[in-house]
Design a protein. Structure first.
Length: 377
């Protein structure tokens, strides 16, 4: 019997003991720790990032970074034009002879009428100037004559040989002569001023059309005036007296050298352009008013910088290049551009030689550049 009781106790202990490899609950094994959970992987860094100072960080090795091409700006000797504009022959001067008035032909009847009126007003101004000088001379002579009579009568009245009435009459005539002289001088001056105003108005009218009066007066025979509309953004490239080269659609394969004239005093309100004249000699008399021309400015050999045309970004009214400021950091810089040349474009200012600029793929950075520019405002 004792042996049976002992056997039951052994069986009970075996049932209560936990099985091998089973995890006890927290109440039975408070001293054991739970397994550490696994960490989530960190998200990858953005391939492009706009920094607080406006720089753009490009992550190395990304697909975006591989699509961005760059090159270093280097100075080159070129003779291509700084600017090319399209114009029209507006005036042509025939042979000049001392005995014959300068014979200008215009492409517009209104210009012709303005020039004729200018010549007439000049003649009238010369006449009015002579009239004014003569009237002043006569007025002085008349007053001087009447003063002499008054002085003589004063002596006669004092001597008792003439009456006071005669003296008073002479003094009245003197005052009338002075008043009449002032009136005639004023009318002559007013006529002269009117003529000068009309002449100056016509000069300004011609200048606004791009025609300078000095050219009309002094240009040699065979001179042709070409007027071009230059955009407001390119006005800085126009300098009076600079050389240029004009080619005409009616005379293919030929080039006519010339010079930049005096620009119009105001911009055109419609197209925000400036009318610029170019004086072009035509010794063979082949050009005609109304012919279309292409004028190249700044054709002299010079040092120039060229950037990839694909890297030029037009934002608002300005052009930008993306310039490297540090490894993997780029910044948008405003530049002035010249003429394109085979997939490249001349950089006139804004970036110096030796700078690395972005070419193909720069358009991918445009949204961030716009965002950076908006922050600066």
């Amino acid at each position: 019997m004792i042996i049976g009781v002992i056997g039951c106790l052994i069986v009970t202990l075996e049932l209560v003991r936990p099985a091998h490899g089973r995890t006890p609950d927290s109440k039975s094994a408070p001293h054991q720790q739970h397994p550490t959970p696994s960490r989530r992987p960190e998200p990858p860094a953005a391939p492009l990032e706009l920094l607080d100072n406006g720089d753009i960080f490009v992550l190395e090795g990304t697909r975006v970074e591989k699509k961005l091409a760059s090159s270093v700006l280097a100075s080159e000797r070129v003779s291509i034009p700084v600017l090319t504009v399209t114009g029209t022959v507006v005036a042509k001067l025939s042979e000049v002879s001392p005995s014959v008035e300068r014979n200008w032909h215009f492409n517009d009847p209104e210009l012709m009428q303005s020039y004729v009126e200018l010549l007439q007003d000049r003649t009238e101004v010369v006449f009015d100037e002579k009239q004014l000088a003569k009237i002043k001379e006569l007025s002085v002579a008349s007053v001087k004559s009447h003063k002499a009579i008054v002085q003589r009568l004063q002596k006669l009245v004092t001597g008792g040989t003439d009456t006071q009435k005669d003296l008073a009459s002479a003094e009245t005539e003197l005052a009338h002569a002075e008043l009449q002289g002032q009136k005639e001088v004023f009318e002559a001056e007013a006529a002269l001023q009117k003529g000068l105003t009309a002449r100056n108005s016509l000069v300004r009218k011609l200048a606004q059309r791009g025609i300078e009066v000095d050219t009309l007066d002094n240009a040699p025979g065979g001179t042709v005036v070409v007027v071009a509309e230059v955009p407001e953004s390119k006005i800085g490239e126009i300098h009076e007296g600079n050389s240029c080269s004009a080619s005409f659609y009616g005379l293919p394969g030929r080039s006519f050298p010339g010079h930049v004239g005096i620009s119009a005093p105001v911009l055109s309100a419609e197209g925000r352009t400036l009318r610029v004249p170019f004086d072009v000699p035509d010794p063979e008399r082949q050009l005609r008013p109304g012919m279309f021309a292409e004028v190249a400015l700044g054709t002299d050999e010079r040092n120039a910088l060229f950037a990839p045309a694909d890297g030029l970004l037009h934002i608002g009214s300005l052009d930008y290049l993306v310039v490297e400021v540090a490894p993997h950091k780029w910044h948008a810089v405003s530049v002035r551009t010249g003429e394109p040349l085979g997939g490249r474009i001349e950089i006139l200012s804004g970036v110096d030689a030796g700078k690395r600029v972005m070419g193909n793929g720069a358009i991918l950075l445009k949204p961030l550049i716009v965002q950076a520019l908006l922050k600066k405002r």
